[in-house]
Design a protein around this ligand. Structure first.
Ligand code: ADP
Ligand code: TRP
Length: 332
């Protein structure tokens, strides 16, 4: 008999318009591996409530996240795509874990500390955010959790919560492992710094040709020595000595090999316009099919994917919670 696949679980808290940095740093690595596992992709809408208090916006974000994932090629028949709030076992387990996890540990949470330091409202949900996240993960006997570096501590907390439960009530939960993408290039933004929605230096993943053109035309090409050093320090990427200017070359090599680009760059050393025009064409060729797919996905289709996925998740979560209720002593 074939060995059962390990379980992969990840959650997405909608973070606005995706950019090509998100694609190459997070989505593509997910696409490359999710089929090797029994994969769960959860829309973390209850986590979003810790900071978002606008119902219309939250609803739109839920549709958008699912549409984004379908558009980049996640197959809903090969991953369980579901909505956290539809599986009430998540908040139920979070409460039980809340009764095991020390407040002092949560007060040390990086995300909590950062938000408080920025003067954001410290609601109780912000403090217990990692407990709900632990519940999300361990409810499914998850083996691995692909996340960005910023989420590493949350996975440590999930292991801690699983351990505390197992210690109190007997072995029930697996201790999950994070899978941090290493060796993924940090995609530079149009100003040469890390591409990030908070720096306003992005190339949007589903951008129109006009948006792509505008972004590429604004790419800084006269990177002085200092900027190049900063780039290298921030990204660890070695400067290829023929792919100048640095920013254009680094974005371009995400789409084409250095061999394919050699002539273009060698023949246009002082003609950034020609290189930019070529980059626009290559970005358009890469983005257009995803953009078209995204536009073709109806709200009904998204709703169906969420309903089917949530029913599958619910079946697993409710069986696990029956065991948990039994163990803690509330099942009569
Ligand atoms: P942003 O910096 O735009 O706010 P997020 O923090 O929401 O992006 O990142 C979501 C995911 O995309 C994370 O896994 C992160 O590592 C990845 N990512 C974001 N920006 C880049 C980038 N410039 N290069 C590579 N990966 C990135
Ligand atoms: N906190 C995660 C983020 O902001 C989202 C998330 C919620 C998550 N639950 C999760 C990620 C479970 C992985 C596993 O990115």
């Amino acid at each position: 008999m074939a060995e059962a696949k390990k379980r992969l679980f990840t959650g997405i808290q909608s973070s606005g318009t995706l950019h090509i940095g998100n694609y190459f740093g997070a989505l593509r690595p997910f696409l490359d591996t999710y089929q090797d596992y029994e994969s769960f992709l959860m829309i973390a809408d209850y986590h979003a409530l810790t900071s978002l208090k606008n119902p219309g916006e939250l609803r739109k974000n839920i549709f958008d996240v699912v549409r984004d994932y379908l558009a980049v090629g996640v197959d809903p028949n090969k991953a369980v795509i579901f909505q956290q709030s539809r599986v009430c076992e998540h908040t139920e387990l979070a409460w039980i874990l809340d009764c095991l996890v020390p407040v002092a540990m949560l007060e040390l949470g990086h995300a909590y500390k950062d938000k408080v330091a920025k003067g954001l409202e410290a609601n109780a949900g912000l403090l217990t955010y990692p407990v709900l996240m632990a519940a999300d993960i361990i409810l499914y006997d998850t083996d691995i959790v692909p996340v960005g570096q910023d989420q590493k501590q949350h996975i440590e907390y999930a292991r801690e919560a699983a351990k505390k439960f197992n210690l109190a009530y007997g072995k029930t939960f697996k201790e999950p492992q994070e899978k941090i993408q290493t060796g993924v290039a940090v995609v530079p933004g149009t100003d040469g710094k890390k591409m990030s929605k908070s720096y306003g230096n992005t190339i949007p993943l589903f951008g129109s040709k006009d948006e792509i053109t505008k972004a590429v035309m604004s790419i800084v090409t006269d990177s002085g020595p200092q900027t190049e050093v900063e780039n290298l320090r921030e990204t660890g990427i070695q400067s290829g000595n023929f792919l100048q200017p640095l920013n254009l070359g680094r974005i371009h090599t995400l789409l084409k090999s250095k061999e394919e680009l050699f002539d273009l760059y060698a023949n246009n050393q002082n003609n950034y316009k020609a290189i930019k025009e070529a980059l626009i064409e290559d970005l358009e060729a890469f983005i257009a099919p995803m953009r078209a797919k995204r536009e073709s996905i109806t709200d009904e289709e998204v709703r169906r994917v969420i309903e089917e996925g949530s029913a599958k998740a619910k079946a697993i979560a409710s069986a696990k919670m029956a065991e948990v209720r039994q163990k803690v002593g509330v099942s009569l």
